[in-house]
Every structure is written in C-alpha cells, then in structure tokens.
Design a protein. Sequence first.
Length: 265
Amino acid sequence: MNPIARASVCSAAAVLLLAAAGTAGRRWEKYEHEMQNPAEDPPDAWEKTEFAFARLRYRSRMDGFWRRGRWGTDANKSERQFIQGLRRLTRVHARSVEEIVDVESEAMFDWPWLYAVGVGDWTISEAHAARLRAYFERGGFLMVDDFHNEREWAGFMAGIDRMLPGHQVVELEDGDPILHTVYDLSHRFRVPGLNVVHGDQIERGGVVPHFRAVVDAKGRVVVAICFNMDLGDAWEWADLPEYPEKFASMAYRLGVNYVIYALTH
C-alpha cells in the first residue's frame, strides 16, 4: 500500500475510533461539571428500557454556587442508587442511569416522571411555566425534594403559581392512595440529609417536615412535595455505614410509591 493510501486508511480508522469512543463515553458527561457527585456509568447505561428516572435541569440564581448548578445537587449518584433499589423492589424495567431533562426542551414530554431538588431557589420564566403546565396537562408527574424553611417554600410556590395557577396544595393524609401503591406508609417520619442526620436533623431552618402535594381538579397528585427533608441524600448515601438504615429505607419506599403512582394514575 502506498504512503498516501496508508495515511487515508489510518485517518478513516482514527475517525471511527473517535466516534466509537464518543458513543461509549459517559452518558451525561456534558453536565457533570454542574453535578455535585457525578458517578461512572454502569455497563448497561445505554440500554433502552420502559422507564427512566428523569431529573429536571432548571435555572436558578444559585447556579454556579459551590461550582455547580442548583439543579445538580446530589446528582447523579443519588438517582443511580435509587434506580438500583427500584429495579430490585419492583418489576419496573428501569434504566440504570438517569435522563436529564432541560426545562427549555420539548423532550420533557417524552418522560412521564420528573424529579427536582432545591426548588426553593428555582427561577421559572413564563415560557418554562407554560411548558411545565402543558406537561402536567398531558399527565406528567413531578417529585420535588431538598428545600427548607419558609423563604424557600415561598420561592417554590412562586414557580407553582406560575405553572399551575389555582391548583390546591394539600398535606398528604394517611389514607391517600399515593402512600399505599406498593408500601403502606401510614406512619412516616422526616428523612434528613447526611449533614444533619446525627444532630437535630433541621437543615437551613426547616423545622417541621411535610409530605405535601399539588393536586389537580380530579384529585390526582401532579407534584409530590418533600419539604424540610432530603430524600436525595438518603438515596445518595444509602451505601454509607454512617447514614442510618431507617432513613434510607423510608426514602426508598416513598420514592418507589411515587414512581408507581405516577405510572398508574
């Protein structure tokens, strides 16, 4: 083979190797700089499944604080450990890695279940609110977690009032169906973050834990609210001996119930 032909073959091979390397790369590498605890992809990260844990990537004035995005708190180790539990505890064919759904993307409508943290600091524009309103109208479900105190509650509700004006916020009662889809959770307790679990369990002044929900006109839960709690931390550190098992177990049971409720209601 002459030198020119050999160089052409080598160049083509290099292009193919680079393309293969890109395909085999970490699924959400482009967002890892915004995440608090990025994890390596498991071997089946690109498997097509019937369900994926979708995390909402929203905008916040806190973006860049601690060198990450506010939406990326506990990501993505947290959801990946929860997914492992979901696969073991249910028959849901769940993908081993999360889906990241940008608030400005039409791809939002492809994912019936969303999770968002730190929503006391989200910034919801009119365009974002309209897209999320359409998402809920089409049957979408959102779980929110890890926000604390009355200032953050007000920030969260400012977004809810934009996207779901007139909808009712309720405290979940012991008999509500969402608390009994898989596990009977008539008795619940605060799930604290790792940073306060061995103290008074109060984070950023959020004294009383609440299991709340936004419901639509038919009584269906469209937003499940974990206020003054941190289930994401419980999922993230479930493998840490220092994090008490009882809190991790409650976090997994509640998350499983919310997933199954969203898929069946």
